[in-house]
Write a protein that binds this ligand. Structure first.
Ligand code: SF4
Length: 620
C-alpha cells in the first residue's frame, strides 16, 4: 500500500521535521515543516542555515544589521545524541563583519537542548520593539522584553535569565554589550564561556534587540535504529579513550598546539610579521597547567573535555576566573601582540567573554595598531591617547573596553578590518584578513595550501575551514600544487560536514577518529542508508551554495587571495626566515582549485547548479 509523505517520515528518525520561525516584528512564532528530500539534500546545521538564507535572499538584498537579515541556529541531526562530541550547533547569518555569508559553530549544550525542545532549527527575522530575550519552552515560544539586561555581560545575563525563569538547567545563548552596540565582531556565548565567535553573529542579535535565547527541552530525540546507534557509539567512545594522546589532550586541550606551531615557525607573532615567539614557553600549555588550571569543561557527550578552567591566584589580575584560554586566544592575545604574561591573557579572555567579543579579531586588530604605532603609520592623535607598545597589557585591556562600548578609537575598531581600512587606508598592507574576516592564528606564507584555504574560505580567513598546515609541513614544500589543492578541497568538504551533522571535528583531528563512522551514525539515526561519500557530496554542494550566496554580494576571483603580507613580508627569524609565497604560484593553484570545483576561471559556480538551490522544499 502506498504511504503518504508524512507516514514515510514516521518510519525514519533523526529529525522532528520542524524549524521554528520567529518573526520579531510581529512577535509571532510558527513551526515550518520540511520533508525528507530537504533533509537528505541539506542534512542539517549549516546546510539548513545556508538554504534558508538563500531563500531569504531571493526576496531582496539583505543589510546584515537590518531586520530582514535572518539568523538561523541549527544543530544538526546528530546533535544531542549518545555519540562522541555531539554538542555542536551552528549560527548562520549574513555577516555584519564581512557583508557576505557568515557562520560560526558553538559547543556546550545549547544545540542539544534546542533539539530536545522539538525543533531541528530556529530561524529569527525582524527586530523586537525593545531589548528582549526569546524563551523557547519545549514547543512554546515567546518574546520576553527585559530592559534590565541592557549592558549586562554575557555570563551575567545567563545567570539573570536562569533566575528570571527559575530554572538553572535551561540553556541560554547571550550577547554582551558589544553585541548590543553592534560591534561587527561581537560573539554569542553560552554555558559560561562557549562561544560562537566568528563573523559577528552577536551583532546580528544586537540589531534585532535580541539579548538572548533561552531554551528548555525535555523530548526524546528521534532515532531510527537505537541498538545500531548504541553499538556504533560504544565502539567510538572506546576508540577515543584508548588513543595514546587521550590523557594529554584532556590535560591541555587546544593549548597543546602552542609548542608545535612555535617549533614549526608558524605562530602569529608581532602582527603576523614573525612565526616564532621568543616567550612561547611563558604562554604555553605547561605554563597553564603549572600555575593556573583548576578544572576541565566539556561539551555535550564529549569525553575529550578540552575546555580549561583557569584561575589567577596572585598579582594584579588575582581572582580572574575564565573558561579558557584555547590556542587561538592564547596566540592572538599573546604572541601576536607581544604579551608574555599568561595571567594577562586570561584577563583579556575573561573580558572578551563578558563583553561578547571575538578574541581572534580583537587580538588581530590590536596587533595592527601596535605595528602602526611602531612604524609611524598612525599618529599619537589617531591612537586616542593609548600607548600601544608590544605587550602593553593595560592599554590592551582598555582597547577591548573601548571596542565593546564604541568609545573613541574603539568605535573605529568596532567596524572590523573593513571599517579600519576605510578610515586608515594606509593600514591595508599590514592587516591580515580575507573578505573582511581577520586571519586566525596560523601563518600561511610558507604553506600555500593554508593560504589557499584562508583565501577561498566562504566566510573569510578562518582556519576551521581548511587546517592543512600540519600536513603540508609534513609532506614538504615540493609536494605538487595539484595535491595541495585536493587537500584543501577535502578539508573544506569534510569539516563543514561536521557542522551539518552537529558534531565536533576535534575527535577526527586530534585523536584520529575514523570519519566513516559518521555515515554509520547518520544511517542508524535517520534510517536513510548513507555512505561517507554521499555525505561528502552534500557538503561539496553546500560549498557551492555558500559561494552562490557570496556571488550575490559580488564575490569573485579577486576576493580569493590571501593577505598581502603573505606575498610581501618575509620573517626574519625561525625555520622559514626569508621565505614568502610567490604570487604566480598562488595564481596557478587557484586555477587548479577552481577547475577541481567545477567553477569558472573567475570563480563562479555553474548557473544550472545554482538553479538547483531554488527548490521550494519548505512549506510556509
Ligand atoms: Fe567540545 Fe572540546 Fe569535546 Fe569538541 S573536543 S566537543 S570542543 S569538549
Amino acid at each position: 500500500m502506498p504511504t503518504s509523505k508524512r507516514e514515510k517520515r514516521k518510519i525514519k528518525g533523526g529529525y522532528f521535521w520542524k524549524i521554528l520561525w520567529v518573526d520579531l516584528d510581529r512577535e509571532e512564532a510558527k513551526p515550518l515543516e520540511f520533508d525528507e528530500a530537504f533533509a537528505s539534500k541539506y542534512i542539517g546545521g549549516r546546510g539548513f542555515g545556508a538554504k534558508l538564507l538563500w531563500d531569504q535572499l531571493q526576496k531582496g538584498t539583505i543589510d546584515p544589521l537590518g531586520p530582514e537579515n535572518l539568523l538561523v541556529i541549527s544543530p544538526g541531526p546528530l546533535a544531542g545524541l549518545y555519540l562522541p562530541a555531539s554538542g555542536k550547533t551552528s549560527f548562520i547569518s549574513i555577516s555584519p563583519e564581512t557583508g557576505i555569508y557568515g557562520d560560526s559553530s558553538m559547543g556546550g549544550s545549547f544545540g542539544a537542548e534546542l533539539r530536545q525542545a522539538g525543533f531541528d532549527a530556529l530561524a529569527i527575522s525582524g527586530e523586537a520593539k525593545s531589548l528582549s530575550y526569546l524563551w523557547v519552552d519545549n514547543e512554546e515560544a515567546r518574546v520576553v522584553p527585559n530592559a534590565k539586561l541592557r549592558e549586562k555581560g554575557s555570563l551575567e545575563t545567563e545567570g539573570m535569565i536562569k533566575e528570571d525563569l527559575k530554572d538553572e538547567h535551561i540553556k541560554v545563548a547571550t550577547i554582551g554589550p558589544a553585541g548590543e552596540n553592534r560591534v561587527r565582531f561581537a560573539c554569542v556565548t553560552s554555558d559560561w564561556g562557549r562561544n560562537s565567535g566568528r563573523t559577528g553573529i552577536g551583532a546580528v542579535m544586537g540589531s534585532k534587540n535580541l539579548k538572548a535565547i533561552a531554551v528548555r527541552g525535555s523530548k526524546d530525540l528521534p532515532v531510527f535504529d537505537l541498538s545500531r546507534l548504541q553499538k556504533a557509539s560504544e565502539a567510538s567512545f572506546q576508540s577515543l579513550r584508548q588513543n595514546k594522546n587521550f590523557a594529554f589532550w584532556q590535560e591541555q586541550g587546544l593549548m597543546s598546539v602552542i609548542d608545535y606551531v612555535n617549533e614549526a615557525g608558524v605562530m602569529p607573532t608581532y602582527n603576523f610579521r614573525e612565526g616564532v615567539f621568543e616567550h612561547a614557553k611563558k604562554i604555553n600549555g605547561y605554563e597553564m597547567l603549572s600555575k593556573y588550571k583548576i578544572g576541565d569543561t566539556s561539551c555535550f557527550a564529549c569525553p575529550m573535555a578540552c575546555g580549561n578552567v583557569c584561575l589567577v591566584k596572585e598579582g594584579k589580575y588575582r581572582g580572574t576566573v575564565v573558561e579558557g584560554p584555547e590556542y587561538e586566544t592564547a596566540c592572538m592575545f599573546g604572541s601576536n601582540i607581544g604579551v608574555r604574561n599568561f595571567a594577562a591573557i586570561l584577563k583579556a579572555n575573561q573580558l572578551c567573554d563578558e563583553l561578547g567579543i571575538d578574541t581572534i579579531t580583537a587580538g588581530n586588530l590590536i596587533g595592527v595598531l601596535m605595528e602602526a604605532q611602531e612604524t609611524g603609520l598612525l599618529t599619537e592623535k589617531d591612537l586616542d591617547g593609548l600607548n600601544l607598545k608590544w605587550g602593553a597589557e593595560e592599554a590592551i585591556l582598555e582597547t577591548v573596553h573601548r571596542i565593546a562600548h564604541r568609545k573613541g578609537i574603539g568605535n573605529i575598531l568596532a567596524e572590523g578590518s573593513l571599517g579600519v581600512m576605510k578610515q586608515w587606508p594606509q593600514l591595508r598592507p599590514i592587516i591580515s584578513q580575507v573578505k573582511g574576516l581577520e586571519q586566525s592564528a596560523y601563518d600561511a606564507r610558507i604553506a600555500i595550501s593554508m593560504a589557499l584555504g584562508y583565501a577561498t574560505s566562504d566566510i573569510g580567513a578562518h582556519h576551521a575551514r581548511a587546517w592543512t598546515i600540519a600536513k603540508e609541513l609534513e609532506m614538504g614544500m615540493d609536494w605538487p600544487l595539484e595535491k595541495k589543492a585536493d587537500l584543501v578541497i577535502y578539508h573544506q568538504t569534510l569539516r563543514p560536514l561536521f557542522d551539518m551533522l552537529g558534531v565536533c571535528r576535534l575527535p577526527w583531528i586530534e585523536l584520529g577518529f575514523n570519519e566513516h563512522q559518521y555515515a554509520e551514525f547518520y544511517s542508524a539515526v535517520t534510517g536513510i542508508e548513507t555512505t561517507l561519500d554521499e555525505l561528502l557530496q552534500r557538503s561539496m554542494d553546500l560549498y557551492d551554495l555558500t559561494r552562490a550566496i557570496n556571488m550575490k554580494f559580488g564575490i569573485l576571483r579577486k576576493d580569493d587571495y590571501p593577505p598581502d603580507r603573505v606575498f610581501n613580508v618575509a620573517m626574519t627569524e625561525g625555520p622559514h626566515a626569508g621565505k614568502i609565497l610567490k604570487r604566480e604560484d598562488y595564481d596557478a593553484i587557484l586555477d587548479i582549485y577552481y577547475q577541481k570545483r567545477g567553477w569558472t576561471k573567475d570563480g563562479q559556480v555553474d548557473k544550472k547548479k545554482i538553479a538547483g538551490f531554488n527548490d521550494p522544499l519548505i512549506s510556509t
